[in-house]
Design a protein around this ligand. Structure first.
Ligand code: NDP
Length: 272
């Protein structure tokens, strides 16, 4: 698996496994536990060594299933990202939420812990005091953020005792906010990895240019959408699928060789 170097020297696979809607959406769904645990295990065996989850997903149950799947593997070989809910950004709440995530994930540490969304009612100073403590005592190996714009990311960098390695935001061919608001450039210039979530959403798979480029290369629209993102400096992505054939298809996007003309056409192909 191709990886990107993080600003603390670690490495992050350019394609990770998204897990939203596994183990439930906003509430837990325990009706397919064995099936979903097996799916995550098979994904890891296929080559997904970065798993992206959150305490929010399935109201914690997604982390349960990731934790079960992890038991079959050498923990050190898997990069686990999880996220703290905006409701838990107070000092004590954050540390308690982290312990809950680690318990469900059946692990002593998260490779990367993100503030899922900022909460304007909780001072970032307070959240970062907790994150710095958790990083110092080893419960989290790296700190990152999600859905932070450039001014908030700068604040986070000032408050964080360790490098902020990552900002996870919505970014795909039709949602170009990170290009338009300067976040992508800021991340590229300041050695922060930008994780593009929802790479296949917002109607991108129906985009005419994506489909034309896909048919030129004998690839699928999803593979073009993913490859277009991973060719950008400092960008990784985390597509989710509950189907093994699609999981493999998405991973194989890395074998797609887009040429300069393809990339130029895709850059110009917005949803409008
Ligand atoms: P994705 O862009 O990953 O799209 C997922 C959807 O695409 C599912 O409906 C899936 O269906 C379908 N799909 C997957 N692969 C293919 C394919 N090859 N061809 C056609 N359809 C396909 O969206 P997500 O919103 O799930 O984002 C990815 C991950 O990012 C999440 O799972 C989560 O981990 C993270 N995320 C983070 C957020 C944040 O605030 N930080 C917000 C949103 C997401 P099926 O399962 O049936 O294959």
């Amino acid at each position: 698996m191709e990886t990107l170097k993080l600003n603390d020297g670690g490495r992050l696979p350019v394609i990770g496994l998204g897990t939203w809607d596994i183990g439930g959406g906003r509430t837990s769904d325990r009706s397919r536990d064995d099936e979903m645990t097996a799916l995550i295990r098979d994904a890891i065996e296929m080559g997904y060594t970065h798993i992206d989850t959150a305490e929010m997903y399935g109201a914690g149950h997604c982390e349960d299933l990731v934790g079960r799947a992890l038991q079959n593997f050498n923990r050190e070989e898997i990069f686990v990202t999880t996220k703290v809910l905006p409701d838990n950004l107070r000092y004590d709440d954050l540390l308690r939420a982290l312990d809950g995530s680690l318990e469900r994930l059946q692990t002593d540490y998260a490779d990367l812990y993100l503030i899922h969304w900022p909460d304007p009612d909780v001072p970032l100073e307070e959240s970062f005091r907790a994150l710095n403590r958790a990083a110092a005592d080893g419960r989290i190996r790296r700190v990152g953020v999600s859905n932070f714009d450039v001014p908030l990311l700068r604040q986070a960098q000032e408050l964080c005792a360790t490098p902020v390695v990552n900002d996870q935001v919505r970014y795909n061919l039709h949602t170009r906010a990170p290009e338009q608001n300067g976040l992508l450039r800021y991340c590229q210039e300041n050695d922060v990895v930008l994780t593009a979530y929802s790479p296949l959403k917002d109607g991108v798979l129906q985009n005419g240019t994506i489909q034309a480029v896909a048919s030129k290369h004998g690839a699928t629209a999803a593979q073009v959408a993913i490859r277009w993102l991973t060719l950008k400096p400092n960008v990784v992505t985390i597509p989710k699928s509950s189907k093994r054939t699609r999981l493999r298809e998405n991973l194989e996007a890395l074998q797609l060789e887009l040429d300069e003309d393809d990339v130029r056409r895709l850059n110009e192909a917005t949803g409008n």
